[in-house]
Design a protein around this ligand. Structure first.
Ligand code: ASP
Ligand code: MG
Length: 405
């Protein structure tokens, strides 16, 4: 009899009929004799709707109150799922994060889990109940409610799997698993059977948003295998696991596309020490995350152009902040382009095989896709291209690296 942690995302519990579907699945596992801890997210887009309500009242909602507000979403889900299970004759009990002692750091809206006291869950399991836990929430040392960052129910599931030493951790979602690329863009995209934590993290950070990045990090740290699968279909999904030797035989695991960044160029800045620091300190002070950075020599060697990408939502405030310092650093102009896309190829096979970058650039070049920026890590190569070229680029690379069915 194994102990399984199952997490159902917002789309899996979006309405009463979907909650019934989840209850049916959970009950089927229960009947096989498994002990189950079920983590749920808020119904559908509840979290976004709660945030919109707050935005109608204030531009700057206090973090503490935001957490009280947002955590309400998951509290609705756990109660409804418990009712649906009881209706099926399955004994179940719902708990909020604080009731099961999910202790976190104090930073509101992006708290980290420090410790979980599993006693209450273990007691309920002993009473043969299905335990339902609200995802995304915890409690800090002041006994205030915290949340774990958007998509944080994944983290709740992973942390519970660790604390309870679960035999399996299943992440149920509205897709069938992790694909070699977005199946909406490329018809012959294939479901990946096994992917390493590292590859998954790189794909997640470069646009493929199936799981919260932090949860993958934690799963990797404690070597907790994750099974990402559909809540509507029965077939196996994708396993996210520790890297194994055999996995290196595959050169590229997947291609991702991220259209959520904008490119900013600071043109004609004097080429002297301290300029880059001035620019990026300005952005850091505004808590704006910078991703790719390139620096070019401008028309004369005395001047340089610095370009970088930031999240689209931060682009205007970044430009405003830079305009304020541009006089000080003597920049000629600041340009912003939101119509870009970042295309990334990811695979641990890159570590042991040369020539991936060349193949990528050649494929794009031959097909007249202009590369505006490049960045690399040990297992990833990313290129910024015009957004209008994004889908073509993804298709070309998916073909080039033979990722299709
Ligand atoms: N409901 C939260 C969110 O939408 C947490 C989650 O879905 O995992 O971010
Ligand atoms: Mg959600």
């Amino acid at each position: 009899m194994s102990l399984i942690v199952q997490k159902f995302g917002g789309s899996s519990v979006a309405n009463p009929s979907r909650i019934k579907n989840v209850a049916g699945r959970v009950n089927a596992y229960r009947k096989k004799g498994h002990r189950l801890v079920v983590v749920v997210s808020a119904l559908g887009d509840t979290t976004d709707e709660l945030l919109k309500l707050a935005a109608q009242l204030t531009q700057k909602p206090p973090g503490r109150e935001l957490d009280v507000l947002m955590s309400a979403g998951e509290q609705i889900s756990i109660a409804l799922l418990a009712m649906a299970l009881k209706e099926l004759g399955c004994e179940a009990v719902s708990f909020t994060g604080w009731q099961v002692g999910i202790r976190t750091s104090s930073s509101h809206t992006r708290a980290r889990i420090h410790h979980i006291n599993p006693n209450r869950i273990l007691e309920a399991l002993k009473e043969k109940k299905v335990v339902i836990v609200a995802g995304f929430q915890g409690i800090n040392s002041c006994n205030d409610i915290t949340t774990l960052g958007r998509g944080g129910s994944d983290l709740t599931a992973v942390a519970l799997a660790k604390a309870l030493e679960a035999d399996a951790c299943e992440i149920y979602t509205d897709v069938e698993g992790i694909f070699t690329t977005d199946p909406r863009l490329v018809k012959n995209a294939r479901k990946i059977k096994k992917i390493s934590y590292e590859e998954m993290l790189e794909l997640a950070s470069s646009g493929a948003q199936v799981m919260q990045s932090r949860s993958i990090e934690v799963a990797g740290k404690y070597d907790i295998p994750l099974h990402v699968r559909s809540s509507f279909k029965k077939n196996e999904g994708t396993w996210i696991v520790k890297e194994a030797k055999l996995m290196e035989d595959v050169l590229i695991r997947g291609v991702s596309v991220n259209k959520n960044e904008a490119k900013i160029s600071v043109r004609g800045v004097p080429n002297r020490p301290g300029i880059a620091a001035g620019i990026f300190k300005t952005l850091a002070d505004k808590s704006i995350n910078v991703d790719m950075i390139i620096q070019n020599i401008g028309k004369s060697a005395a001047n340089t152009d610095i370009s970088f990408t930031v999240p689209k939502g931060d682009a205007h405030s970044a430009v405003r902040a830079l305009e304020a310092v541009s006089r000080k650093i003597g920049a000629k102009e600041i340009l912003m382009d939101p119509h870009i896309a970042k295309i990334s190829v990811v695979g641990i096979g890159m570590r042991s095989h040369a020539g991936v970058a060349a193949a990528m650039f050649e494929t794009l070049g031959k097909n007249k896709v202009n590369i505006e920026m490049i960045s690399t890590s040990e297992i990833k190569i990313s290129c910024v291209v015009k957004q209008a070229d994004a889908e073509k680029a993804v298709r070309l690379l998916h073909d080039k690296f033979k990722l299709g069915k």
